[in-house]
Design a protein around this ligand. Sequence first.
Ligand SMILES: C[S@@+](CC[C@H](N)C(=O)[O-])C[C@H]1O[C@@H](n2cnc3c(N)ncnc32)[C@H](O)[C@@H]1O
Length: 284
Amino acid sequence: MLGPQNISMEEFRLFQKYVFDNMGITLADHKITLVQGRLSKRLRVLNIPSYREYYKYVINDKSGEEEDEIFDLISTHVTEFFREKGQWDYLNENLEHILEKKRDKRIRIWSAACSTGEEPYSLAIFLHGKMPDWAQWDIKILATDLSKVVIRKAARGVYREDDVGGGQKGIKNVPRHILGSYFELLKTESGERAYRIIEEMKRPMTFRTFNLVYGDFKPFVEKFDIIFCRNMMIYLDPEAQRKLVSNYHRALVPGGFLFVGHSESLTQNKDEFKLIKPSIYQKI
Ligand SMILES: C[S@@+](CC[C@H](N)C(=O)[O-])C[C@H]1O[C@@H](n2cnc3c(N)ncnc32)[C@H](O)[C@@H]1O
């Protein structure tokens, strides 16, 4: 079978608008080749010859399944366990102080745009390692992403040793002692090694799909102590970023923390957050 034709600028504009209207992500014009490369796989699978026809297929699909396919193809899901060391160092030094203030022994954390789950599981493992009285605490970690595909994978909590899909580093950079304590070794049907996160680390987790740009934040009545939203805001335009950060401000307890990606900053929300260290902010 012949592959799809090249995408024209006119066709690209259709997807540019679709992605903005549904994901809130701004695709710059120079992303045209990247978008063609990612969507072409889908055109081949569906045997659709042009991007215009594929666009019609997408907007006429009322099941929502094709929308999920696009969300998954357009997004970058790259992530890894214990990403951005400086932030873990900060938590390591300050956790005791943060916990001292929690008289009710309740901690609420949100890993927003969590991709395949490495980030929320890192949080659970980190807290467990630092809190000898972990079992006496009421700890909940909400882990959300726009993509159903990655949320399913996150909820399974199984990571292959050489999991490099989407550029992920998989389990390789996880220290041996953590692998030994928090993962069970599995043999997959193909004989590969895979690691499943232990049940105890899944217990505080709730996995959900949630659209950070167009979703309704009102149901988040219980406030969070810490929100991680790393390496997602860079894909948003300044107004969408500002709105999202204001929503986080409302969703946090007074003095709550917002951790962002190392190339992200909250320049537009100076009245709402103070900078503690690069990529670490505290609610004012
Ligand atoms: C690069 S990953 C970041 C993973 C993790 N936070 C980290 O830093 O390692 C970006 C994630 O943002 C998600 N995403 C993109 N647009 C979104 C939106 N509008 N709402 C929620 N999640 C979104 C993608 O599906 C993707 O999994």
